[in-house]
Design a protein around this ligand. Structure first.
Ligand SMILES: [Zn+2]
Length: 424
């Protein structure tokens, strides 16, 4: 009997061209090329979804049983690593085959298990397979999925906000950040608009730099209810939950519903920043003498405020005054994006461990003044067009427009002027 041994590992994606059918047809073609006696029956043994790092495979055990019954003449496999990726196991298998005078052929390797040199070649190859397996463990999906299956956090780089990785690669809570996450969800559940949540958080935690985009990402990131998705599978034992699944799902729905709920109130809610102290302004309303409602934005620290109508007027007037020079804008945009990608590449290299912190700082330092300059220029110019649009749209559409297009408007409350606009 000729046995065609086929193995497909758990991570089928990592083994393109090594499907069960591909292995079978390659083995058959190889057997035909070998001109072996046609009277030999060909039997395929398949281990579907098993790793080659140990011998706990039903197919391999079946092969051993067949070997014991002395009916196997030849074993054909794609390569040695199909049979085993472990040098100790491969030596056991080869010794067993030699003792029984069974020949092993591999489609992709020239292995001659019956000669001493063949054995040596096999050993060297297997050693390198084992070495490769170690590398693969570190680097490819296969290893990462195994990590995840063992409850380890498989992704490199920075941990999501709220978490830290301990020395055993297990995920733990970052107490302060987890507290912030909990606060965010609790406030969303209480139907507090996320603009307001953003303002409160930035005022409470000065280094946080929370944005609406970040908030939305957090609310929709299932990791915070302990659901960690990796390579198409959801794990519930890798990342500790900060909120319950129900809380998160409720929060997701509320955010979706309430983003633009109050269409015509507080056009600039959550995006006005006091230039003097950096606080985000809170939205306030009051009734005037003729029972009309007025909207204000107030800095709690500086005790100064500005009316919505005043900001509206400033934006309208800017929109009329500024002429847009396309070439200049394009030039600034190009320079800005070039610098951004340079800085981004250096950051990536640093995060990947390719350069150390000193090299990182030395590389990034000369770029920063220019980056800041172009960022500021961009802040002044690019939004001309947006501000122009702003001045042209109906009042009722302004809130949606502003909330969608602007992320921060810096305001000098004493002089009542806008000093910077940052686009979403
Ligand atoms: Zn202030």
């Amino acid at each position: 009997m000729i046995v065609g041994y086929v193995r497909v590992s758990t991570d089928k994606q990592a083994e393109l061209g090594y499907s069960i059918e591909a292995q079978k047809s390659n083995i058959l073609r190889y057997i035909k090329l070998m001109n072996v006696n046609n009277e030999n029956e060909i039997k395929y043994i398949v281990d579907d979804g098993y790793s080659g790092t140990n011998m706990n495979r039903p197919g391999l055990q079946q092969l051993f049983t067949l070997i014991e019954t002395h009916c196997v003449k030849l074993i054909v496999s794609m390569d040695m690593s199909r049979l085993s990726r472990n040098i100790v196991d491969i030596n056991k298998i080869i010794k067993l085959l030699n003792d029984r005078k069974i020949k092993l052929e591999c489609v992709n390797d020239d292995v001659d298990t019956l000669s001493p040199t063949g054995m040596l070649v096999t050993n060297v190859r297997t050693a390198s397979y084992t070495f490769e397996t170690e590398k693969i463990r570190e680097r490819t999906n296969y290893g990462l999925i195994q990590k995840a299956d063992q409850g380890e956090y498989p992704c490199g780089g920075k941990m999501p906000f709220g978490y830290i990785k301990n020395n055993e690669h297990k995920v733990e809570l970052n107490p302060l950040q987890a507290e912030i996450i909990e606060k965010i969800f609790n406030q969303v559940i209480k139907r507090i608009p996320i603009k307001e949540i953003c303002v409160t958080l930035n005022n409470e935690y000065s280094d946080l730099k929370m944005t609406l985009t970040k908030l939305r990402v957090i609310i929709h990131h299932d990791i915070y209810s302990g659901r960690f998705e990796f390579k198409g599978k959801t794990y519930d034992d890798i990342v500790p939950a900060i909120v319950s699944i129900k809380t998160q799902e409720d929060a997701k729905l509320l955010v979706r519903k309430h983003i633009y709920k109050k269409d015509n109130e507080y056009i600039f809610e959550g995006i006005l920043q006091c230039e003097k102290c950096g606080s985000f302004l809170t939205s306030v309303s009051a009734y005037g003498r003729n029972k009309n409602k007025y909207y204000y934005y107030s800095c709690g620290k500086c005790k100064r405020q500005i009316g919505e109508k005043a900001i509206d007027k400033i934006l309208n007037s800017i929109g009329m005054e500024i002429a847009v020079d396309d070439r200049r804008i394009k030039n600034i945009e190009n320079r800005y994006h070039l610098l951004r990608s340079k800085v981004g590449n250096i950051k990536d290299m640093y995060e990947a461990g390719a350069i150390d912190v000193d090299e990182y700082l030395n590389a990034i330092r000369p770029l920063m003044p220019d980056l800041n300059k172009y960022e500021a220029l961009r802040g002044l110019i690019v939004y001309d067009e947006l501000i122009e649009q702003y001045s042209l749209i109906e009042h009722i559409q302004k809130k949606t427009f502003v909330q969608e297009n602007f992320s921060i408007i810096k305001i000098n409350l004493a002089q009542k002027i806008i000093t910077k606009i940052i686009q979403s």
